[in-house]
Design a protein around this ligand. Structure first.
Ligand SMILES: [Zn+2]
Ligand SMILES: [Zn+2]
Length: 200
């Protein structure tokens, strides 16, 4: 059974407190929902946390689950902020909503599409998943900018990451040439770095 969104938020806040800030517990008053939220009961019933003297402590299962929740949160930030270009408070809010959809392998697909990113847009580490370890072991970079392709290598365009769509129309200095069907396209280095391709 999947955890409620509040339960995941508790685990994430606790994981950051313990793993990144060196604390041993979390004060639930730091979260913006009440201390009697049913999510605490949900987590103690599943032996993920322990409550002692009003503070929240991890149990081992909770630590792993918290790590995976942080991973989904920071992958969602990469998607919302880098690819969808939604920034500021709205970007934070959308990432918080989106992260809960990244389950049952969707997180793995997103991580692969994003080329197994090591950090979130704020520079915090994204805990690696099995997909990241596999990709590194095979020397497979996943999705890379077109500039990393060699002549003759085949792939498919995964996404174009640009904050300025007009650039696609105005810049065509021939430097990187790629073919789709019978059409050939020449793009300069700056544009090629914004076209992400999946090797085949
Ligand atoms: Zn972040
Ligand atoms: Zn990955």
């Amino acid at each position: 059974m999947t955890l409620s969104e509040h339960a995941e938020e508790i685990l994430e806040a606790l994981w950051i407190a313990v793993e990144e800030e060196g604390a041993d517990s979390l004060d639930p008053r730091k979260l913006d929902f009440p201390c009697d939220d049913p999510a605490y009961r949900e987590l103690t019933d599943r032996a993920m946390i322990e409550l002692r003297q009003g503070l929240v402590y991890f149990r081992p299962e909770g630590l792993e689950e918290g790590k995976m929740s942080i991973r989904r949160h920071r992958l969602a930030e990469r998607l919302i902020m880098d690819i969808f270009n939604i920034r500021g408070e709205d970007g934070d809010l959308k990432a918080c909503q989106f992260e809960h959809l990244l389950k049952d392998g969707v997180d793995t697909k997103l991580c692969t599409m994003l080329n197994h990113p090591a950090t979130c847009p704020h520079g915090k580490a994204i805990p690696p998943g099995a997909c990241c370890d596999d990709a590194r072991a095979k020397g497979d970079l996943g999705v890379v900018p077109l500039t990393e392709f060699k002549p003759g290598q085949e792939g498919e365009i995964a996404y174009i990451q640009t904050g300025d769509n007009k650039k696609i129309l105005v810049q065509s200095y021939p430097s990187y040439i790629f073919r789709i069907g019978f059409s050939e396209f020449a793009v300069d280095t700056a544009l090629a770095m914004e076209i992400f391709v999946r090797k085949q």
